[in-house]
Design a protein around this ligand. Sequence first.
Ligand SMILES: NC(=O)c1ccc[n+]([C@@H]2O[C@H](COP(=O)([O-])OP(=O)(O)OC[C@H]3O[C@@H](n4cnc5c(N)ncnc54)[C@H](OP(=O)(O)O)[C@@H]3O)[C@@H](O)[C@H]2O)c1
Length: 286
Amino acid sequence: MTNQTYPLGQRNVKRLGYGAMQLAGPGVFGPPRDRDEALAVLRAAVAAGVDHIDTSDFYGPHVTNQLIREALSPYPQDLVIVTKIGARRGADGSWLPAFARDELVAAVEDNLRNLGRETLDVVNLRLMFDAHGPAEGSLAAPLAVVADLQRQGLVRQIGISNVTPAQIEEARGIAEIVCVQNQYNLAHRDDDAVIDMLAAAGIAYVPFFPLGGFSPLQSAALSAVATELSATPMQVALAWLLQRSPNILLIPGTSSRAHLHENLAAAVLVLPEAAIATLDAIGRPA
Ligand SMILES: NC(=O)c1ccc[n+]([C@@H]2O[C@H](COP(=O)([O-])OP(=O)(O)OC[C@H]3O[C@@H](n4cnc5c(N)ncnc54)[C@H](OP(=O)(O)O)[C@@H]3O)[C@@H](O)[C@H]2O)c1
């Protein structure tokens, strides 16, 4: 079994958390298809011991944060809620950059109000130079705004998302960075070197789309390993991430309690060396 907790800044959290994005409506826009199930998923996550939930006020917008508040407030002492700012939604559901000082301040205020908190545990500055993947550009100006909000006591800890190695270095010169949230999974491994660098620095790496995101992972090799271990492919994909590096914290997203429990059970799935070798080969560049 892999280590079960890792520091997210000042707080130790379990390595398997929960990502709330799937609780909003189709396209992460508007209300959920099944509101009662969305509330039940959140309550079931905490009841099962989840102490790290990832969200944003731009999911919905406002929808997931309002669901989190309704389901879980007053919040358990040990629950760390991580949110992100830097984007806003167009009337058509599009994802637009929102990096001006007033937009960042408004985003923190929206998160505080909709979550019902006086301080946000962790705020990720989500870069939008390219909405779909890391792209170069200075984050100094928007990160200085987040650092200012931290000094005012509205933000406890700071992370960054959708970033390049150069932006991680730049950010660490401006503020203490407790986590990096980029796309990474069994089949999408651009960040291999970044993960190792962050592990050496004691910084958490939180992969988004750990299960492949909007198109969940599909691979004959993954399915074969899962069958051999009497597990599901999604459990194997999560277990592979857990063994990949001790600083990886997982936030798989789901809108169903059945999938939630299936995913959380991956924490105790042990992958034999041969299975790891097979899985490693899936994402290795040809
Ligand atoms: N920083 C960023 O830019 C960024 C971007 C995207 C996401 N995120 C964060 O990362 C979290 C995780 O990403 P994600 O939710 O988009 O993708 P994900 O965790 O890779 O996958 C979610 C998808 O997998 C399905 N799924 C989950 N568990 C399953 C299971 N056991 N069996 C079969 N299907 C399963 C879900 O459908 P069901 O609902 O049917 O289970 C959903 O379609 C989000 O919740 C969000 O908090 C951050």
